[in-house]
Design a binder for this molecule. Structure first.
Ligand code: SF4
Ligand code: SF4
Length: 119
């Protein structure tokens, strides 16, 4: 038998068990989608604040000084770039979606007459 997972079992059961275990182990881990960071160049003045405050180094500046997402996989969805941009030129989409979902779930669970945060 090629694997040790089916040890002590009869040949057919052991082989079947080995196949199942192998398939389960081979399944690729689902990768979390990278947060979507949008940069509106028309509003951006290339000050570099977002790049300087990004705690993970996900952002970089191009030759003209404009920011771009260089390492999307490093982005932790913290939203610092959006918060720090003085010109509202950068948004972190997933952060907004999560905030909206949280707000909706709060509204569903809240007893009648309870205001959602920010209302
Ligand atoms: S959301 Fe956070 S980690 Fe992602 S690019 Fe903005 S500052 Fe960097
Ligand atoms: S902080 Fe805002 S204006 Fe400054 S470079 Fe980043 S996106 Fe552009």
């Amino acid at each position: 038998m090629a694997c040790s997972f089916g040890k002590g079992l009869d040949k057919d059961t052991g082989s079947f068990y080995c196949v199942i275990v192998t398939l389960l182990m081979a399944e690729p881990r689902r990768k979390k989608a990278a947060p979507k960071v949008d940069i509106y160049k028309a509003w951006c003045k290339a000050c570099g604040i977002c790049v300087a405050f990004c705690p993970t180094g996900s952002l970089a500046r191009d030759e003209a000084g404009y920011p771009y997402v260089k390492y999307p996989d490093k982005c932790t969805n913290c939203g610092w770039c959006e918060i720090r941009c003085p010109d509202f030129a950068i948004t972190v989409q997933q952060k907004r979606d999560e905030a909206r979902k949280m707000r909706e779930s709060f509204e569903e669970e809240a007893p009648e007459g309870t205001a959602a945060p920010g209302e």
